[in-house]
Ligand binder design. Structure first.
Ligand SMILES: Nc1ncnc2c1ncn2[C@@H]1O[C@H](COP(=O)(O)OP(=O)(O)OP(=O)(O)O)[C@@H](O)[C@H]1O
Length: 254
């Protein structure tokens, strides 16, 4: 019998994926289904291959073996134009937010819109910038430059800049890295608000167990090149598997 999650569409389907760099075997048979509208957290120690997996999902790297299907497309079969079309439906939230320092918040948000969406009037652009800024709770910063913002605010603007293109999939890379605990919780709440408001399907890469607990509908732990444990945070946390337990023991939960 199918449960509620299994009845939903699979947005990202990863089947038996292998990737090695020379003798270094990074992914050794990775399987993961990410269903429409869910937040899946990928946990794993440094160097376990989380970024490699994300790069394979967006076609920046090719797997040696296995299948990666995103929004119904087999990524390794796409040509450059098809890949670009697919990437337009995927929003990346990078660790360092990657804002343009010399541009105001308004200009930072206008930039991806004007570059990617043809035929928008000035009024459309203004409306969309103001609306996305309101979604991340930072309307008052519209005329500021990134150096005038806190780390948490920069992170929010980075997320807004991604959301303005209305992605179907969001990929968050260490969204809470370098932020204080209160700001971390605010960013976790924002990730959940984005899911509700923009109906996104997300993969969140993190070492932060509080982030995993607060944002993950499901958590997948990458160990020795495979997802050894996938389930709710509580299910994975209850694991008796030594390597999973040792990951938790090393990572402080607030
Ligand atoms: N293009 C590449 N060529 C060779 N080796 C690579 C390449 N990309 C990644 N690797 C290696 O693959 C392994 C996994 O790297 P990856 O960046 O995916 O780790 P990660 O889990 O994202 O780590 P972190 O949490 O520190 O970001 C590392 O040993 C890395 O050196």
């Amino acid at each position: 019998m199918q449960n509620d999650t299994e009845k939903k569409d699979s947005i990202i389907s990863i089947k038996d994926v292998y990737k090695a760099f020379g003798d270094l075997k990074v992914l050794n048979g990775v399987n993961l289904e990410v269903y429409s509208g869910e937040n899946v957290v990928v946990l794993g120690r440094s160097g376990t291959g989380k970024s490699v997996l994300i790069k394979i999902i967006v076609g920046l790297l090719q797997q040696d073996k296995g299948s990666v299907n995103v929004l119904g497309h087999e990524v390794s079969q796409l040509n450059e134009k098809e890949l670009n079309d697919l990437r337009r439906k995927i929003g990346f939230s990078f660790q360092n937010s990657a804002l343009y320092d010399s541009m105001t918040v308004r200009e930072n948000l206008e930039f991806p819109l004007v570059r990617n969406v043809a035929g928008l009037s000035k009024a459309d652009v203004n409306e969309q910038v103001e609306s996305v800024l309101e979604s991340v709770g930072l309307s008052q910063t519209i005329n500021q430059v990134p150096s005038q913002l806190s780390g948490g605010q920069r992170k929010r603007i980075g997320i807004a800049r991604t959301l303005i293109l209305k992605p179907e999939i969001m990929l968050y890379d260490e969204p809470t890295a370098g932020l204080d605990p209160i700001t971390c919780i605010e960013i976790n709440e924002l990730i959940n608000e984005v899911k509700e408001k923009y109906k996104t399907t997300s993969i969140i890469i993190t070492h932060d167990l509080t982030c995993a607990r607060q944002t993950g509908d499901r958590v997948a732990m990458l160990l020795d090149g495979q997802f050894q444990q996938t389930g709710t945070f509580e299910e994975v946390f209850a694991s008796k598997e030594e390597r999973v337990k040792s990951f938790y023991d090393y990572n402080f939960i607030q």
